[in-house]
Each structure stands twice: as C-alpha cells, then as structure tokens.
Write a protein that binds this ligand. Structure first.
Ligand SMILES: [Zn+2]
Length: 354
C-alpha cells in the first residue's frame, strides 16, 4: 500500500472517538504484515525502529470528531479527485498517521543513530485517554513530535484549556413580589459582563486569553424570580498563565461561586534552543517556530521537549469536506524522516562535544 492508498484506507474506516476498535485492528494487521513489531494497549498501537539512544516519540491520533453538517458527500467515504482526498479525518489527523508510517518505512532502510517510537492513540479529541494509557508503556522519552495538521509549521507552544463552572444563587419568589426574592440570573449577568471584559497578560506568541461563557442554564418558570443560574466558562490559556492562580483570580472578581471543572489541559511550551525544535525547523526549512491555538495530547507530554507539526491545515479540521492533498502527505512523510535524522545528528554531535 503506497502513501495515498494508506491514507485512503485509514479514512475509509470510521473511528469517531470511542469507536476506534475496527481501525486499530486493521491498521495493526497492516503494520504487522510489513514486519513492524506492533505493540498494543486497548486500541492504542505503537512500534519502534532503531535501538540506540536518544529515544524520539512520534505520536498522532486514530480518532476523529463526529461528522458535522454540511458535507457535500458521505463523510466516511473517501473521495479522491486528482491530488486531493476528501473524507472525515483526512486532515485531522489521519494524514499525519499515514505520513508517520511512510517515514517509518523510509527510516528503517538505513542505520539509525537513535530510536523512534511511532504511537497512534485513541480519544485525543475527547479526553486524551489514549496517550495517558500508552505513555507509561513507552519507557523514557527524550523528545516528542505531535502529529497534527500545522501546514508543516513548527509549533513550540500551544494553548491549554481551563473550564470553570460558575453558579449564581439567589432567592426564588413570585415575579409579582420580586422585592421578596433575589434574581440569580441578574447576578449571573453581572458576573458574565465582568468576564466578558476580562483580559489576562498576553503571551508573546499566542497573544491574549479571553474567557468565553459557553453554556448557561437558569430559571424554572416564566413567572418566578429564579433562585439559581449556572454557566460554564472556557478559557484557552497560554504558558504564562497558571490554571490554579487564574481560577482564583476569577473567583475573587465574581459575585457567584466558581469551581474548576477541568484544568488538566495545561498549556505547553518548548524552548527554542532545544534540539527537537532546531531539528524540526531544519527539516521543514523554516526560520522560526510558531504558536498553536488548539490543545492536543501534548498536554500529557508537557515534561518532554516537544514540537507539534504535520501535513494539512488546522483550519480544515472539525469542518465539512475536510481534505488533504497527496503532495502534502508526501511532504509530511519526508519531513518526519528528515526530522528524526536531524534530531539524532544534533543530539549525538552535542553529546560528543561535552
Ligand atoms: Zn487532531
């Protein structure tokens, strides 16, 4: 199966988060038939080539979001037109998975000055359960590459996500006797106005973080002063902001009660001088790393020098008629192989100089 055929195969098997089993089964069979020593934990797959240190992890995800409205054709049936393959997951992130497998094929053709583990995990789009389960099985990792569509830009930082649940408590009363009650929705509205005006210290690459109220529920009857109103706040955070501190600052400014609903998708960053960043820039022919506004499994590899890079475009993700060009796929495969070689060359050279 050549690269384009592999991508088409991956896209042809539906793998919405939580339902990756069939894809994992079939991909494992293909990799085994190519003599890759596939290991497995649930529906997470990985294999390594090379044995020496350093140990580089290349990781991407098998799952997709559910198909949204607006597809011109069946989302689960790949459509090829010339150089372009359209289908759910073609861009996010089956193109990266295919490109990494193509790179593995190339890399094992010559001696390697290090070890590369390729891991394809589940549930990246929901809770990162796949990477969290797989990581302890991989041993010590010196650097990592997250396969996500970045148009082969090298991202050395990404935003995190802090979810807060806010509650306003008032006192219910008949609307005709409003003075006897305390309107929880009115209180929530004041808090929401405060949130909408809030801005936090900007990050040099990722810019400003603005809290967004994304869901609200309050009131039980049209003729009753509401006694309770609840809403969620989603903040896409940057590496200069600490989640616990941010939650505390917000709680101090609001009248209502603030609880942390989810804080584990912390923002991530890797210093530009790290060999993995320099190797990735050299392999992609780019001068400077950039920031990525979306969160990813990187949140669970934050302690490892990591970059996020891959073929495709983040703007095509989670949208109808998602596609990837085969030229992008080929460029991605070449990039991953060149990145591994450049990283090993850089690290072994620097060790020799010490
Ligand atoms: Zn993705």
């Amino acid at each position: 199966m050549n690269g384009p055929e592999l991508l088409k195969f991956l896209v042809s098997i539906p793998s919405v988060s939580g339902s990756e089993h069939q894809l994992a089964e079939q991909l494992a069979a293909i990799l085994q038939s190519e003599d890759f020593a596939v290991q497995r934990e649930g529906d997470n797959l990985w294999f390594s080539i090379g044995e020496k240190l350093p140990h580089l992890l290349m990781i991407s995800h098998l799952d997709t979001v559910p198909a949204c409205a607006g597809w011109a054709s069946d989302a689960q049936t790949p459509v090829t037109a010339g150089d372009k393959l359209t289908g759910l997951g073609a861009n996010d992130a089956k193109g990266c998975v295919a490109a990494m497998i193509m790179a593995a094929r190339t890399l094992r053709g010559a001696p390697l000055e290090g070890k590369v583990t390729f891991a394809f995990v589940v549930r990246e789009e929901t809770d990162g359960e796949g990477v969290r389960t797989t990581r302890p099985r991989l041993g010590a990792i010196d650097a990592a590459v997250i396969g996500e569509p970045t148009a082969l830009e090298i991202c050395n930082t990404q935003r995190g996500m802090l979810l807060l649940r806010c509650a306003a408590y008032g006192e219910a009363a008949h609307v005709a006797h409003a003075h006897l009650g305390k309107n929880a929705i009115h209180q929530a509205a004041r808090d929401i106005s405060r949130l909408a005006a809030m801005q936090f210290e900007p990050h040099e690459k990722l810019g400003i973080s603005r809290p967004q109220v994304t869901e609200i529920a309050g009131g039980t009857a049209r003729n009753q002063v509401p006694g309770r109103c609840e809403f969620f706040v989603d903040i896409r955070t940057t590496p200069n902001l600490d989640h616990a501190e941010l939650a505390k600052r917000i709680a101090e400014e609001l009248e209502g009660e603030v609880t942390v609903h989810s804080a584990r998708y912390e923002p991530a960053a890797t210093e530009e001088r790290e060999p993995i960043v320099r190797a990735a820039l050299a392999a992609a022919g780019k001068a400077k790393p950039v920031g990525s506004v979306t969160t990813s499994d990187w949140a669970f590899l934050r302690d490892i020098p990591t970059v996020k890079a891959g073929p495709g475009d983040t703007a095509r993700s989670h949208r109808p008629n998602e596609y990837l060009h085969f030229t992008e796929l080929e460029a991605g495969a070449e990039f991953y192989a060149a990145l591994a070689r450049a990283y090993f060359a850089l690290v072994t050279k620097e060790v020799a100089h010490v």
